[in-house]
Write a protein that binds this ligand. Sequence first.
Ligand code: MSP
Length: 501
Amino acid sequence: MVSFYITTAISYVNGAPHLGHAYEAITTDVIARHMRQRGEDVFFLTGTDEHGEPIADAARALGVDPQRLADENAERFKALLPQLQISNDFFIRTTDEQHKLRVQQVLQRVHDNGHTYKGLYEGWYCPRCADFKVENEILDGNRCPIHETELVREQEENWFFRLSAFQERLQRLFEERPRFVMPAARFNEARAFVASGLQDVSLSRARLRWGVTVPWDPQHVFYVWFDALLNYYTALGYARDGEDLTDRYWPATYHVIGKDILKFHTVFWPAVLMAADLPVPEHVFVHGFLLGADGRKMSKSLGNVLDPYEVLERFGSDALRFYLVRDVALGADGAVGMDGVTSRYENELANEYGNLASRTIAMVHRYREGKVPACRTDAELAREFEGLAQRVCELIDRIDATAALEEIWQRVRRCNRYVEERAPWRLARDPAAGDQLDVVLASLVEGVRVLSVLLCAFIPQASGRLLDALGQPDSSLASARFAPAVAGGPVAALEPLFPRR
Ligand code: MSP
């Protein structure tokens, strides 16, 4: 068994979860579920990033203790996951005592290895990013390139991390590992950032209390990004009671992140790991941003926000998962809105997959008393499925979940055409066509079964219900092969998978 460790970014708890968070969790979950179906030893981590200025500021504005704000909002992030059918193996909170302890251990090693020094930092700082900006990224009027809000000039005595000392090793990493950052455009962006010359970065904050204490200088707390990045490593130490999973899963196979935090994950993070003598992750996959239906950044004031809770309530989690993976090419930005959800739900989930499932099961009941005939399957339909599971695996290996879903969907459509072409209702009226009808029904059931196995990673609820109704709950990817003959057996009745809304 191959170990496969995949993570999402951890979310800030200064607000409620929104669609961007749901999107990242869903896309990562699709990959995790697919890899489990392949029999890999998967560990899937997500969680919340609870220290630092943004949370301290938000708490102050509300007049509450930062820990209380973190507790309340972490609960909301945690509660959203089962609603989206996210199959994470652990939920880390950076306020966990064990996380803090391990952060101190790792960064103490960085310090002992001589990669830190004390100095005066002065620069343009964005409190919302909790980040100092370098000259070439600052917008006109001293504004943050991400938030477009004005930056503040800040000066303080900090511990510094000698990022500049890792320039060569990082360059080598990018030379030797062309898939370290995916997709390629993001790889180029990260490599260019390294090539432009690295400056040391502050590792601690003296003015802030809300963070992990620097063990060798307790007047300071670690700059929140170092504390946060280390979650991927610390979690393995305590996710399972009495067991340390680090050797089993480290280094991570994939960190899945949004494009706004590229620099932290592809430059700072590998450098910190090198400084602590730890192996660097295999891949960082960078997804795009969800935009409002008008193509602009989603914002309440523009009224173009798609609310994940509203979609869940109206259409359910399969629909939200399906819509986001299908409509937004994974890796690119994409505009999303309720009209799009409605149309994918009605035209594809209900009318194509749902309808294929219902009519197949209904015909087995109508023409064969609810028993799938034991017979050969149709070689013509079988051909359409040849190599499909393999192709889906290849695409998922490139984290192209959108293309993988499209491959599957083409076969959903093919099966619907097959029903029209073979017209089982006509065969049923012809006493001489009984064998033909057997083959058509067996082939349809086999097609629907294989499709449902492949769809388990994307729409786990509906595909699971369908496999159960077929009496063939095995969802391992090895079973996603269109068999030349089926053993037959009873099928249960099935309520519509995607009822009209
Ligand atoms: N706390 C940091 C990450 C630390 S990881 C060691 C952070 N948090 S966040 O809550 O702002 O964002 C969490 C993730 O959601 C990020 O990967 C971010 O890119 C992603 N998204 C936030 N808004 C998004 C969209 N509108 N669209 C898609 N993803 C977006 O950054």
